[in-house]
Design a protein around this ligand. Structure first.
Ligand SMILES: [Zn+2]
Length: 141
């Protein structure tokens, strides 16, 4: 089994829905009796993987990569909204916790201080990015 990068980042893979890092298409070739290969989107940072597209060696590799990219991007889109929701809930929970007096509220205050809006900026970038790609697809040049 050989693992190799089949395509560069220029191939319009959306950022990872979990951490917002760039993603790549990764392909694996199986030799021997199985004689097929698979491609999936994979986060460069946290290792999250998209659905695996499995094809026989004789099939068109470009089509397989396109399908893997489409699957990864679908998930990035669906999860962007979920991520925004989860992030807003996180802020709501921390804010609620901050109202608790004394040491009970301290961890919440510390969490917000440490975050400093980082989560909000990350999820906003992810959301805007997924929207931008959606608009590109609905308005072909
Ligand atoms: Zn990631």
């Amino acid at each position: 089994m050989t693992q190799h990068q089949t395509e560069s980042r220029l191939e319009e893979l959306k950022p990872c829905p979990f951490c917002g890092s760039p993603a790549s298409l990764v392909g694996e070739t199986y030799d021997g009796p199985a004689d097929c290969w698979e491609t999936h989107g994979s986060c460069d940072s946290c290792g999250a993987n998209g659905p695996t597209i499995l094809r026989e060696h004789g099939d068109d590799q470009t089509a397989c990569c396109a399908e893997a990219r489409e699957e990864w991007n679908k998930r990035a889109n669906a999860d962007a909204t979920e991520e925004v929701r989860a992030t807003l809930n996180w802020y709501a929970e921390q804010t609620e916790g901050c109202r608790k007096l004394g040491s009970i509220g301290d961890p919440f205050r510390q969490a917000l201080y440490k975050d400093g809006g980082q989560r909000a900026r990350a999820v906003l970038a992810l959301y805007i990015n997924s929207r931008a790609v959606e608009e590109d697809e609905s308005n072909p040049p």
